[in-house]
Structures are given as C-alpha cells and as structure tokens.
Design a protein around this ligand. Structure first.
Ligand code: ASP
Ligand code: MG
Length: 417
C-alpha cells in the first residue's frame, strides 16, 4: 500500500479536487490510502470561529461563509450526489448546534471538536468526487484509527493502541485495489473525543497510517516539485534536494522548512518507509526522496526563515543566577502552555528563548511573571542555515539587526529584525 497526502492547497476548490483525481489516475492498480487536509484556508477560518465562540461572540456569519464555500465546491465537483450533500448538511448543523451551547471551559478541547471538522468536510467531498469519477474508494474516519491522549490541540499518538484499532475499523474490499480516503490532522481519545495533532499535522497523519499499515512509501503531493535548499517562493535561485536522509530532513523540518511537518519523519524512519515529496502540478517530475541513505546528502547551504517570532528574556526578580532549579520550572511552564522553544540561550541572570508568536505565549508570560521579570521583543525572524558558508550568511543578514547568533559545526542561526 502507498500512502498519499494532499494538503489544503491541493483541494482548495473544485479544480483542485479534479486535479487530485488526475494525479491518482497515474496509479490505477495501487492500493492507496489518501490522507487529505482541510480545504484551502479552512483551518484558519475555523480557528477564528473558536476564538470568537470562546469570547462569547456570535460566529454564525463565519460558519455561513464556510458552509457556502464547501457547498460551492460540492456543487461544482459532485452536483448529483445527494448522499454526501445530506451528510455535509448534517455536519454544518452539528457545528451550529455546538456553537449555540456555552463553551466547555476547556478552550483546547472545544478547539479540537470544531477545528477538526475541516478535514471531515474535505475528505467527504474528495471521496464522493473520486467515486463519481470512477475511482472507487471508501471513506475512512481517521478518528477510529488514530488513538491519542487527551492533550487537546497537540495530542500525542498512542502508538501501542494503533495496531488493534486499525484491524477493527478498516473497511473491506471484495474486488479491485483497496483505496481509502481519510483525514489528516485528527484523531480521538479512548473515550471517543476528537483531538488534533497540532497545526499542519496532516503530513504526520500520513506517517502514522503508513507506520501502522507497513506501507511501502509515503508521498506528499505539494504545489512545489520537492524539497529545496530554501523556500522557492521567497528566493530566486533555489536548488532541488533530490535525495536527502531522514536525519537531514528532520533537521531541516525542525528548523522550520515548511515542506514537511517535523514529526513526520520519525515513524517513517523507524520502519524504513521512504518519503517522496512531489508536485501535484507535474506528476512526471522526480521530486525529492527521503530515506535512510545519507551518502547523497547535499552539503550546499540550505536556509530557512521563520517569521513571526518573539524573544522572551526571563530574569529572576532578585537578579539571582539562572540555575537548573529555575530552568526546570521554566521548562515545565512552557510544556504546560504548549509553547515550543525554537532557540534558547542563557547568561548569568537571563534565560532567553525565541518562540512562535501565537496566542499561547501571553498566558505563559503571565504565569512566568509571577516569579520572573519577562521582557518581550516581537516582530522578529529566525534564520537558520544548514551547511553554511560566509557568503550565504552575509546575504541573509545584510541590513538586519542581529539580536542573537548561534553557530555549531553544521548550523548557524540568527534572530534578526
Ligand atoms: N488543516 C490543518 C492545518 O491547516 C492540518 C494540515 O493542513 O496539515 O493546520
Ligand atoms: Mg491545512
């Protein structure tokens, strides 16, 4: 079995959905598990619904806009299919019902119940479209397979529970290849509550399914023809990395290369399942291959720019030293608030970290301020260069104010404004 993942950009409208079918037509005889993200910017829109809902605002206009855009794609892609139409109506009614009830008090839990719907909608539409187009498949509810803990919004996969779950819930196929269409990004707890795996988690979902089913490969179909040494949308003369090792790819994605979600590679590496990154606009292009072989790793400089960063500088109020005792409490607070540290540095009396500036940071800072002075510096970028050389570093930092600089043998990192 091959696992294919299609992201939100590939199914953003009816033309996108049709293009997915075109890609799949190159694989008429393969057993396929197709993992799909929410359409276009649906997840962002659903997040806005959650924030408004938890703020006590009326979000029905937002929901209406989502309903409209989904029914538009449905009407264009599968006009005659009344069953999926009815199902989608039920989904939107359920969402409206949920929003009429008061928030549970656990915002992350409410988030998962609401934001997960984007993937359910897109997968229903895609599955119906493919069936109508003669590409017979069955829709699979990922929540019946991907069991997680109840760490809502960042749920951890319970790998041991996966095995038995899949056996019970896999639909059977009497004839023809086994083709399943399922959702990325979502799972459920033992009690059946929906969870999400963290933003952009659909790649990781593809790896989870591949791991569990012992797939022969995973292919992530993107709007770029593979993994590059820099974001081709931001830089002119980028180079395709046609072959990289798991190790190198993990480093690149950890530092923010947005082509692959950082957690995707670990389960694949464990079972030696290769990952292909290919273009859904050019099925014949070779793309990038990621596997265990490291001898072909390219040593040309690769660079990654992560915008939207904030530097937090944490100092004990009495200017006592930052020692292990403080650090363990500080780290615990970061973990509890789900704030991931992108870079850190310490001096005698200050512990400085660079993190993504999202809405989890303020509550964390409020907690830290009970014990520490916390300085806040936002609007920054984190620049990472693997296999750096002087020319690349000079080019990337020209005209920028450097707030922090760190270098190891293979990697140079800068926090800049
Ligand atoms: N739809 C989710 C998100 O946008 C998951 C994904 O796209 O991978 O974060
Ligand atoms: Mg998405």
């Amino acid at each position: 079995m091959k696992v294919f993942k299609f992201g939100g950009a590939s199914v953003k409208d009816a033309a996108g959905v049709r293009n997915v079918a075109k890609v799949l037509s190159h694989f008429p005889d393969d057993d396929l598990l197709i993992v799909v993200s929410a359409m276009g910017k649906t997840t962002n829109a659903l997040e806005a619904v959650v924030w408004g809902y938890c703020d006590g605002k009326d979000m029905s206009a937002h929901v209406e806009a989502l309903r409209k855009s989904h029914f538009l794609v449905l009407a264009e892609a599968v006009p005659a299919n009344t069953a999926v139409r009815a199902e989608l109506i039920l989904h939107f009614d359920k969402l409206q019902d949920l929003l009429r009830r008061p928030p549970s008090g656990n915002m992350d839990r409410d988030y998962d119940q609401i934001v997960s719907m984007g993937e359910l909608w897109s997968s229903l539409i895609l599955s119906a479209f493919l069936n109508e187009a003669g590409f017979a498949n069955k829709w699979l509810d990922a929540r019946k397979v991907v069991r997680t803990d109840d760490h809502f919004r960042e749920a951890k996969v319970q790998w041991d529970a996966l095995e038995d779950r899949s056996m019970v819930h896999m639909p059977s196929f009497e004839q023809g290849p086994m083709r399943l269409v399922t959702q990325g990004f979502i799972g459920s707890t033992e009690d059946g509550l929906t969870t999400t795996l963290g933003r952009e988690g659909s790649d990781f979902s593809a790896a989870i399914f591949a791991y569990q089913m012992g797939a022969e490969s995973v292919t992530i179909w993107k709007d770029v023809p593979g993994m590059f040494n820099a974001d081709p949308k931001l830089f002119p003369d980028t180079k395709l990395l046609s072959h990289i090792s798991y190790r190198e790819a993990i480093e690149l994605s950890y530092f923010g290369a947005s082509v692959i979600h950082p957690r995707t590679l670990q389960p694949l590496q464990k079972k030696g399942i290769p990952l292909f990154v290919r273009s859904f606009n050019d099925v014949n292009a070779p793309g990038s291959t990621i596997d265990h072989r490291s001898e072909n790793d390219s040593l040309i400089p690769s660079f990654i720019i992560k915008p939207g960063q904030v530097l937090l500088s944490i100092t004990p109020r009495d200017l006592s030293f930052i020692v292990e005792e403080n650090l363990s409490g500080i780290f615990a607070a970061f973990a509890q608030h789900g704030v991931r540290i992108n870079l850190m540095q310490n001096s005698a009396v200050a512990f400085t970290v660079c993190v993504d500036n999202d809405n989890r940071v303020k509550p964390l800072v409020m907690e830290l301020r009970r014990e520490y002075e916390v300085r806040w510096n936002e609007g920054l970028e984190l620049v990472t260069v693997r296999h750096y050389d002087d020319a690349t570093l000079a080019k990337l930092t020209a005209g920028k104010e450097i707030l922090i600089e760190q270098r190891s043998r293979n990697t140079a990192r800068f926090v800049v404004r």
